[in-house]
Ligand binder design. Structure first.
Ligand SMILES: *[C@@H]1O[C@H](CO)[C@@H](O)[C@H](O)[C@H]1NC(C)=O
Ligand SMILES: *[C@@H]1O[C@H](CO)[C@@H](O)[C@H](O)[C@H]1NC(C)=O
Length: 422
């Protein structure tokens, strides 16, 4: 008992030290990066598109193409990366496509998100200057449409991904719980069950990082996650999202989602092949019971409304695409993913962190444990696949570094954690 309490204190102390350190770093950086650019920002129109244009349109068989025979791959893309929705997998797809076509990414400066949870500002983009042209933006941000519109060409395709709010809540609670101080006072062994038993007893809308525990999706899209679910602003926001995002994918149907994405962007099947990155080792958290699931859904009612709405639009899109055609294309995607796995992955399976041989393949871990799985690249991959295999397996942080983002804050944070063994 005493030992357990001691352990708890130790982890609270670590949390406080880390929190203070990180906050000071943030303030320092913020005062260093922002003011000069913020003042007198000129309004320069965004160029229509600065893209490298693929030499010729891809021609598709006219009979079963909704592109009317041919289309040009879209290169201006905004991916609203939501939390805990397998979005790292999508990022890998975008990184590969961007590299292949030499597109210009709007990356953050010094860390892997755009100063989340503050609202996105285009001045947060690495090397930003007014009038400059970018093609793809895809790192974590809190969505802020007017700023994005001033950054990306007007023909940019916006898309995002949602997940059932009960699963999202569970995952977020597990992954971010320790950086939300209001969870520290939950003394029960099974914190999430205790929290859901009486959320208002623990939850404080003003609490530091509290958005991780309530309507996180709605918050990520830039809205107020503490609105009453019946507030008319909720439905208005959902309508606004539908207008802005022609495609909202669903984690539960990621393959169908990727086929719709490929169609919307006129990309090739090879562009959307993927391995599941950043997957969690399963037994870490007990799955929620049906009652807890429904409590978690009620607690995240706005996210539920969001999910419910975009589930309906999603299946209408599948219907329009053609159910049979979708089934065929999903089968092809899965077959080709499996072929790539056989070619690229040692043992064909993801492994725990301790068994990953190359540090370049080591994924980022949540605080306090090593629950995210990674991969070992096969040794003797034939020349044709070698590069693609490596790219498909490279975790987000390493890939960002390769693409020229200097992640010193993210890395400093990793070192501090390593020293404290947290
Ligand atoms: C296109 O449709 C034809 C029949 O209309 C079918 O035989 C063919 O397999 C389809 N092609 C694709 C790529 O779906
Ligand atoms: C999503 O839509 C499908 C098709 O309309 C429906 O069968 C399913 O129950 C819906 N799921 C949710 C969670 O709303």
């Amino acid at each position: 008992m005493l030992m357990k309490q001691g352990k708890q204190w130790k982890s609270i102390c670590k949390g406080l030290i880390l929190g203070t350190l990180l906050t000071s770093c943030m303030i320092l950086l913020y005062s260093y990066v922002t003011p000069a650019v913020r003042l007198n920002m000129q309004e320069v129109p965004v160029p229509y598109s600065c893209a490298y244009r693929p030499a010729r349109a891809r021609s598709l068989p006219a009979s079963n193409s909704s592109h009317g025979g041919a289309c040009t791959p879209k290169v201006d893309v905004m991916f609203m990366k939501t939390h805990k929705t397998a979005s790292s997998t999508i990022l890998n797809i975008l990184f590969r496509f961007g590299e292949k076509h030499r597109l210009k990414f709007a990356f953050p400066e010094s860390r892997n998100d755009f100063f989340y949870p503050s609202l996105f500002q285009r001045t947060q983009v690495k090397d930003y200057r007014p009038g400059m042209c970018f093609n793809i933006i895809c790192n974590h941000m809190r969505f802020n449409e007017p700023e994005i519109r001033k950054l990306l060409p007007s023909d940019t395709v916006y898309f995002s991904i949602l997940r059932h709010p009960a699963d999202l809540f569970e995952s977020s609670f597990h992954y971010f719980g320790s950086v939300v101080p209001l969870t520290w006072k939950i003394s029960a062994e099974d914190k999430i069950t205790e929290f859901l038993r009486d959320p208002w007893h623990y939850y404080d809308p003003e609490g530091f990082n509290s958005f991780y525990l309530k309507n996180l999706l709605f918050f990520d899209f830039g809205y107020d996650n503490n609105l009453n679910p019946d507030d008319p602003r909720v439905d208005e926001s959902i309508q606004a999202m539908e207008k802005r995002f022609p495609l909202i994918m669903l984690l539960e149907h990621v393959d169908e989602s990727l086929i719709l994405l490929k169609e919307a962007l006129c990309w090739e099947m090879e562009d959307v092949l993927y391995f599941k990155l950043n997957a969690r080792k399963d037994p870490v958290v007990s799955r929620l019971t049906p009652e807890l699931r429904s409590q978690a859904t009620d607690w995240n009612m706005i996210d539920w409304k969001l999910y419910h709405h975009f589930n309906a639009t999603f299946w209408r899109k599948v219907e329009a695409y053609g159910r049979e055609r979708m089934a065929r294309d999903v089968e092809e995607l899965q077959r080709r993913n499996a072929e790539m796995a056989a070619v690229c992955i040692e043992g064909g399976q993801p492994v725990e962190a301790g068994r990953i041989q190359e540090s370049a393949m080591q994924p980022w871990q949540p605080i306090g444990e090593k629950s995210i799985l990674g991969y070992n690249l096969k040794k003797n991959i034939d020349k044709k696949h070698r590069k693609l295999c490596r790219k498909m397996l490279t975790p987000e942080i390493q890939y960002l570094t390769e693409l020229g983002v200097n992640l010193w804050i993210t890395k400093l944070w990793a070192h501090i954690r390593e020293i404290l063994n947290w």
